[in-house]
Design a protein. Structure first.
Length: 156
């Protein structure tokens, strides 16, 4: 930037033009050149700041989109976890029903077979009971008979 570039009053904003006219600064005055130079530097830095702000917005927008996608993914995971939790809560009841359905028929069949076996073995059970009673009576009478023989032998 050359000082000749700064001498034009139209390159300054109206506020700075007012200062130059109010204090009657001439374009070849060093203060005027300093104000114009300072204004050009500020304008250049504003452009730099605007470019940096735009670049930062672009970078942040991309990151915000990634965060939004991650939040959506997390929300999807939450719904999946809720469904899994509901499934796990309902699972014991379903498992009990399935187990009952699978085991009920074989257990009922075994119970009916055992009942039929019990009814068919009832005469045999009664016969064993009668035989046992007879056996006990035979032992009892054998004991009495042996006792009587022993008494007779002792008395003779």
């Amino acid at each position: 930037m050359k000082p000749e570039d700064l001498l034009g009053t139209d390159s300054l904003p109206p506020d700075l033009q007012w200062i130059a006219s109010h204090y009657q600064l001439q374009p070849d005055d060093p203060v005027y050149l300093l104000i114009a130079w300072h204004w050009q530097r500020i304008k250049a830095s504003e452009d730099t700041w605007q470019a940096l702000i735009l670049e930062m917005k672009t970078a942040l927008d991309a990151r915000i989109e990634l965060l939004a996608e991650a939040a959506d993914a997390i929300a999807g995971v939450n719904t999946g976890l809720e469904q899994l939790q509901n499934e796990l809560v309902e699972r014991p009841a379903k498992l009990a029903k399935e187990l009952e359905a699978q085991v009920r028929a074989p257990v009922d069949a075994a119970v009916t077979r055992l009942e039929s076996l019990g009814t068919s073995l009832k005469p045999v059970t009664e016969l064993f009971q009668v035989t046992r009673q007879r056996h006990l009576l035979a032992i009892f009478f054998s004991g009495i008979a042996l006792g009587a023989i022993g008494v007779v032998l002792l008395v003779i």
